[in-house]
Design a protein around this ligand. Structure first.
Ligand code: ATP
Ligand code: MG
Length: 426
């Protein structure tokens, strides 16, 4: 036997046992974004490497160590997208969707980062995100947070996630803060790790985002950005807090929250959970008013977030909220003799015509009554239609209830649609 080829480490197959749950998650999300009037945007999975360097920032984990970058046959440097915002802004600029307009957009799809795979952290993963353009005020910041909180509510996990918010202020205020931060970090230089020492020179704010516990211990004593906000950012932040209070959305102000990408200003937020071990952030986002211009467009404000769908799915499984996923098969149609195969097909197609939402599976492969009923049971269907010669001759079907103790019934084909409609309450 030749050697089996395996999937790439950190890149998962979604098997039929899980795809129902994923479809449920995706359709619930689609329904929520539609209910807020947001529109979908789809962008390519591959982009110019420069796009991510210029937006996410050269001195970030993603660009420094995590991107899948390669040269194509024209020797252009391309990268698999590690996140969605940069691509959405690129597309918006390219097609004139942003300047002087208001857009409420969403996307969903694969992202790629070369990280160490572990629970909740993969090399191919999926994000759902929203991006809103052309709205400067805290009202829209509150709206995107509200939209995310509705998702938790609909999935039944509100009590397992908490909202953390912070403000990064204006880019000018950050320049002043950087000097203050560097001065402080230099007093504790012996406690910093290699990454932090490098970042101290190139991008000191990133030190605040370190995951190393020893560095975090230094960071907790560091000066806080939120204490040196410019006046307008302070008013914006207060406006956001008031709105969240009014909406009844609980939050914690976390002055250490800076986020791992360079493009954020003012509002940043994360929804975190302690139910996933180390990978505690399920949703992360914020405001990025400078990004559109940074990528060559005319200055347009932006705000958005991204949810890691693997982490959301893991939470639903952890709390056993993955059970209300739709059935794969509702009705299993048998054919007890080869000569009734066409009759069984005809009856099934009649049902699919009349009740497209009902899932009908036809038995294939022959076999005796016992074998066919075993398949019917394994399919998960709640009823089996038993069709043999007698049924065909009398233009009837026998209905056997597979999950409930109810006597078998005989129904004429003319009445079958009505009977099934009532039975499944559709
Ligand atoms: P983390 O701190 O966990 O590395 P991050 O700050 O790198 O997250 P973002 O770039 O903000 O993450 O991405 C938004 C969300 O996407 C994260 O909150 C998380 O839910 C999800 N995510 C990020 N990286 C991965 C990954 N490698 N595997 C699975 N989900 C991920
Ligand atoms: Mg990361």
């Amino acid at each position: 036997m030749s050697k089996k080829i395996q999937a790439i480490r950190g890149m998962n197959d979604c098997l039929p046992t899980d795809s129902g749950l994923w479809q449920f998650v995706e359709s619930s999300i689609r329904q929520v974004v539609a209910s807020y009037g947001y529109q979908e945007i789809r962008t390519p999975i591959v982009e110019s490497t420069d796009l991510f360097k210029r937006s996410i920032g050269e001195v970030t984990d993603i660009v420094e160590k995590e991107m899948y970058t390669f040269f194509d046959r024209n020797s252009d440097s391309l990268s698999l997208r590690p996140e969605g915002t940069a691509s959405v802004v690129r597309a918006g600029n390219e097609h004139g969707l942003l300047y002087n307009q208001q857009q409420r957009l969403w996307y969903m799809g694969q992202m790629f980062r070369h990280e160490r795979p572990q629970k909740g952290r993969y090399r191919q993963f999926h994000q759902f995100g929203v991006e809103v353009f052309g709205l400067p005020g805290p009202d829209i910041d509150a709206e995107v947070i509200l939209l995310s909180s509705r998702l938790w509510k609909n999935f039944g996990i509100s009590q397992h996630v908490t909202l953390e918010i912070n403000s990064l202020g204006s880019s000018e205020a950050r320049v002043a803060f950087k000097a203050q931060l560097v001065a402080f970090l230099k007093t504790r230089i012996s406690e910093l790790d290699e990454d932090s020492l490098r970042r101290l020179e190139s991008n000191p704010l990133r030190v605040l985002d370190s995951k190393n516990p020893q560095v975090q211990n230094v960071v907790k004593d560091a000066p806080k950005l939120i204490d040196s906000l410019d006046k307008e950012s302070a008013i914006h932040f207060q406006g956001l807090c008031e709105r969240l209070d009014n909406l009844g959305i609980k939050y914690r102000v976390n002055p250490a929250l800076v986020r791992g990408l360079d493009y954020y200003n003012r509002t940043v937020f994360e929804w975190v959970t302690d139910s996933l071990g180390a990978q505690g952030t399920v949703c992360a986002g914020g405001r990025y008013d400078g990004l559109v211009e940074q990528l060559g467009g005319k200055a347009t404000q932006g705000v958005g977030f991204a949810i890691g769908l693997e982490r959301l799915v893991l939470m639903l499984q952890t709390f056993e909220l993955d059970k209300n996923v739709e059935s794969v098969v509702d009705i299993y149609v048998t054919a007890m003799d080869e000569s009734v195969e066409f009759y069984a097909r005809k009856v099934s197609e009649l049902l699919r015509d009349a009740l497209p939402q009902i899932k009908v599976m036809n038995h294939c492969g022959g076999g005796n009554f016992k074998k066919q009923m075993k398949r019917a049971d394994q399919s998960g269907a709640s009823v089996a239609l038993i069709i043999g010669l007698d049924e065909m001759v009398s233009q009837q079907v026998a209905v056997k209830h597979l999950r409930e103790k109810q006597p078998q019934e005989t129904i004429s084909v003319d009445e079958l649609t009505y009977f099934i409609k009532k039975l499944f309450d559709v």
